[in-house]
Ligand binder design. Structure first.
Ligand SMILES: NC(=O)c1ccc[n+]([C@@H]2O[C@H](COP(=O)([O-])OP(=O)(O)OC[C@H]3O[C@@H](n4cnc5c(N)ncnc54)[C@H](OP(=O)(O)O)[C@@H]3O)[C@@H](O)[C@H]2O)c1
Length: 258
């Protein structure tokens, strides 16, 4: 059976760039997101690389989406040996000013859906002969509280801890688990998160999704535990770990004050 790399959130941003990078490395791909038209366009482009590309349009916030997605993959006779668990969202503003439903949707997509996807992937692949790779997208926001992005940063801290925990549990298995911690990266993330103003000002400090994707796939295939793309993002993560948490929180509060 041919192996495929399944990328969630493949229609835009970092997921799309990882899909392009994987196609350049001759991975067969399954692209998942809600926007079928964007997935189809990307599939057409990537097939030019001589790889097989399938698309599955799905809203991952639906209760059964994780089983629906993996069942659809199986029905098509495909096998996923790499999961890029990437679809995510953010929101911006003081906690009590953002509608509660927005916070809960962020928690659901960034944590519950990612946990469900990881569970399906692991239970369907553990003990198989082939080597498997799970990459969970966290963030440099995983390393300290981020005022005005408090819920988002907390979901990303969860993903970092979750990834490291299951990585240890699976250390003697055929499945390697990595966490990707990008810093601010050019993508469409900032529009729905209503952070356009902040990032227009800081655009020159942001990494491209392409360079994040290259580093992400390199790290995943080398079975790195945590992948932080870019020198300044690494420096920021280390500083946040070493600094007293009140100072780390105040610093990120200044950076994200808008
Ligand atoms: N950009 C940054 O600065 C940055 C930094 C650190 C971490 N990250 C993380 O990187 C990941 C990718 O973000 P990005 O920057 O590439 O953002 P993006 O450009 O907004 O892409 C988000 C992707 O997630 C998909 N998605 C959103 N809701 C979905 C749903 N309900 N069901 C299925 N797919 C859904 C979107 O596709 P559809 O709209 O077509 O469904 C899109 O493909 C996220 O986990 C984010 O938290 C981003």
């Amino acid at each position: 059976m041919k192996h495929y790399t399944l990328v969630t959130g493949a229609s835009k941003g970092i997921g799309k760039a990882i899909a392009r990078e994987a196609a350049a490395r001759k991975h067969n791909l399954i692209l998942a997101a809600r926007s079928q038209n964007l997935l189809s366009q990307l599939a057409q482009e990537l097939k030019q690389q001589g790889v097989e590309v399938e698309t599955i349009a799905i809203d991952l916030l639906k209760d059964t989406s994780h089983t629906d997605l993996f069942n659809e993959v199986e029905q098509r006779g495909l096998s996923v040996n790499i999961l890029i668990n990437n679809a995510g969202m953010g929101n911006y503003g003081k906690f009590y000013k953002v509608p509660l439903e927005e916070h809960l949707t962020t928690i659901r997509l960034n944590n519950e859906v990612m946990v469900r996807m990881a569970y399906e992937f692991i239970t369907r692949n553990k003990g198989k002969e082939h080597r498997c790779y799970l990459l969970n997208t966290a963030s440099t926001a995983s390393y300290q509280p981020v005022p005005k992005m408090t819920v988002y940063a907390a979901t990303k801290a969860f993903m970092l801890f979750f990834s490291q925990g299951i990585r240890f549990e699976l250390r003697r298995s055929n499945i390697s688990v990595s966490a990707l911690c990008p810093g601010p990266t050019h993508s469409q993330f900032f529009e729905p998160a209503k952070m356009d103003d902040i990032w227009h000002k800081n655009a020159k400090y942001m990494m491209t999704a392409e360079s994040v994707a290259r580093i992400a796939l390199d790290g995943t295939l080398r079975r790195k535990a945590v992948i932080i793309p870019g020198f300044f993002n690494k420096l920021g993560a280390v500083s946040a770990k070493l600094a007293p948490q009140t100072i780390a929180t105040a610093t990120s509060g200044m950076l994200f004050k808008g």
